[in-house]
Write a protein that binds this ligand. Structure first.
Ligand SMILES: *Cc1c(COP(=O)(O)O)cnc(C)c1O
Length: 363
């Protein structure tokens, strides 16, 4: 669909080679961090709410990985908000039952204000996503796959086809899978978004969001709308944040390879641990969830008993993190009380397992 040929390079190479200054003798290898609120007149940008060369470097790299045109935002939620600006007032948004909790809260707030109608359904269930009535009247279908923290996997291509047949626009939050494991634009999705705070940046040192739209006619027009939204809403990242995002992105493939291999090992071993009643592992990626047989209190004890795993919210960093999701008041009630979300980092897998095993034994 893109009107430029697909890059012949592997994504691991794209993550390293894109977003660099043009080669010239003594040109820097890395883009500079451009701290300037204004630019000399008569150019295309003129003011730093409109554009910044450090954002552009980050956007070029993410766009090449997802196969479209990227726009950087101040956070993942700023990217979600930008995508919602594509829905007309009074329009209908279809989202997963287990949408990211803050996305659900935003949808609820807008619905209560009368701005949107929201339907949250089990999009990963074929009985739901194969029923054309599911998509009746939807203006936007927001896919998340795997979902946070339930790890449900949706058939993105099938949902996109059914949503398009009903006249809806399709967006996909690709934060959990990363473009290395899933490229929703290839399945016909209209807008991909990320909390780049997570795996793309990868070091838990920055908040950043990004949207990606196809580089074709309709995609370009939507990209322009999102750019206009970012400019009018002012939901722009700082240049240092964009630089950190790009710096983190350089190592995305080695981080994802290592942490995904460790996540698989931990999922297999956790399934055999007597303190664990259920493992939710989608079969790929760095994220999984476990349910603790002893309930919420036992799950809290596990989270506070680890020393390699960090007890904290967020995910996708080089450091492994865990938390009981229902400790957050915003988390939906269908997420089990004893569910612990695990974000696997790049530490040695045996150290991770020894630490988790010891904490589970104490539960
Ligand atoms: C964290 C997260 C967000 C929100 O991103 P922020 O950068 O925290 O604003 C959105 N979607 C998913 C799946 C997330 O994990």
């Amino acid at each position: 669909m893109a009107d430029h040929p697909a890059s012949p390079l592997d994504p691991a190479t794209i993550a390293v080679t894109t977003g660099r200054p043009k080669p010239a003798p003594d040109a820097p290898v890395n883009p500079p961090v451009v701290f300037s609120s204004t630019f000399h007149a008569d150019g295309e940008v003129s003011y730093a709410r409109v554009g910044n060369p450090t954002w552009t470097a980050f956007e070029d790299a993410v766009g090449a990985l997802e196969g479209g045109d990227a726009l950087a935002f101040s956070s993942g939620m700023a990217a979600v908000t930008a995508v919602l600006s594509l829905v007309p007032v009074g329009g209908t948004v279809l989202a997963p039952q287990h949408s990211y909790n803050t996305t659900s809260a935003l949808l609820r707030q807008r619905a209560e204000a009368g701005l949107l109608s929201v339907r949250q359904v089990d999009l990963h269930e074929p009985s739901v996503s194969e029923d054309p009535a599911t998509f009746d009247g939807a203006d936007l279908v927001l896919i998340e796959s795997p979902t946070n923290p339930m790890m449900e996997v949706a058939d993105i291509a099938a949902i996109t086809a059914a949503g398009h047949a009903a006249g809806a626009l399709i967006a996909c939050d690709n934060t959990f899978a990363t473009p290395l494991l899933q490229r929703p634009l290839d399945d016909g999705v209209d807008v991909v978004l990320h909390s780049a705070t997570k795996a793309l940046s990868g070091h838990s040192d920055v908040l950043l969001g990004v949207t990606i739209t196809p580089s074709n006619g309709a995609g370009r027009a939507r990209g322009e709308h999102l750019h206009e939204h970012r400019n009018l809403a002012g939901s722009i990242p700082g240049p240092m944040e964009a630089w950190l995002g790009l710096r983190g992105l350089r190592t995305l493939s080695v981080r994802v390879e290592r942490s995904a291999a460790s996540a698989k090992t931990i999922a297999e071993r956790a399934a055999r641990h007597p303190a664990v009643s259920r493992v939710r592992y989608p079969g790929f990626g760095s994220m999984l969830a476990i349910e603790i047989a002893g309930g919420a209190a036992a799950a809290e004890r596990v989270c506070s008993a680890t020393s390699v795993w960090i007890h904290s919210t967020s995910l996708g960093g080089v450091e492994s993190q865990l938390e009981r999701r229902r400790r957050h008041p915003l988390e939906v009630e269908t997420v089990p009380e004893s569910l612990i979300r695990l974000s696997v980092g790049i530490e040695h897998v045996e150290d991770l397992w020894t630490d988790l095993d010891r904490a589970l034994n104490g539960a």
